[in-house]
Design a protein around this ligand. Structure first.
Ligand SMILES: Cc1cc2nc3c(=O)[nH]c(=O)nc-3n(C[C@H](O)[C@H](O)[C@H](O)COP(=O)(O)O)c2cc1C
Length: 193
């Protein structure tokens, strides 16, 4: 069966590290995407540091990122945990996407996940991320929580997510995201808020 208009999800990783577990988590999500949904991973590396003097016009990579966020039916964010919060890379991207005129994060459904080598699997970073997303008017999905702790044991040396529990939770998250989009921001419906 082919689906005429699949839901389009934009995935971003808050880590620029070549062997990032969070970027690997996004690759696993591509693999586990339910029917009727597609995931495109957007690389945050080209985004410059936010500067309020550089908003008119936005730098080219920023304009591109903002347009991709605006076009997506939802975001899927893989966040690392740096010193009990999100990375500067991720905060920087959110700051750029939060700005007027279009404020593309406003009313945007967002699913959150994260992997860390620590014992708590980014739980503190995810709480901060929810707070930030709520402030910018995005609509973060509540559950399931995908917290991949001790990431070096959950992925193999090639960066494949091998932990069965984490794979199951990730699959549940993606299905829940599809339902969340239908509930809060169905394609073609009014833009919430
Ligand atoms: C600056 C810095 C701070 C970190 N702070 C935390 C932390 O607070 N909690 C945690 O679980 N891991 C922490 N870590 C370890 C990261 O979980 C680990 O480096 C992880 O691999 C980063 O994600 P990535 O693989 O996607 O790059 C920190 C790492 C760095 C570089």
């Amino acid at each position: 069966m082919t689906i005429a208009n699949p839901l389009h999800i934009l995935g971003i990783s808050g880590s620029l590290r070549r062997a990032s577990y969070n970027t690997a988590l996004l690759r696993a999500a591509v693999e586990l995407m339910p029917p009727g949904m597609t995931l495109e991973v957007f690389d945050l590396a080209p985004l410059p540091m936010f500067n309020q003097d550089a908003e008119r016009p936005f730098p080219k990579p920023v304009a591109e990122f903002r347009a991709r966020v605006a076009q997506a039916d939802a975001l899927l964010i893989a966040t690392p945990e740096y010193n009990s919060s999100i990375s500067g890379v991720l905060k920087n991207a959110i700051d750029w996407a939060s700005r007027p005129p279009q404020q593309p994060l406003k009313g945007k459904p967002v699913a959150i996940m994260g992997a860390s080598t620590g014992n708590f699997g980014t739980v503190r970073a995810q709480l901060h991320l929810r707070q930030i997303l709520t402030h910018v008017g995005a609509l973060p999905l509540g559950k399931p929580e995908v917290l991949v702790a001790r990431a070096e044991q959950a992925f193999d040396s090639a960066g494949n997510l091998t932990d069965a529990t984490a794979r199951g939770l990730l699959q549940e998250l993606l299905v829940a995201l599809g339902k969340w989009i239908a509930l809060v921001a169905p394609p073609g419906g009014p833009r919430p808020m």
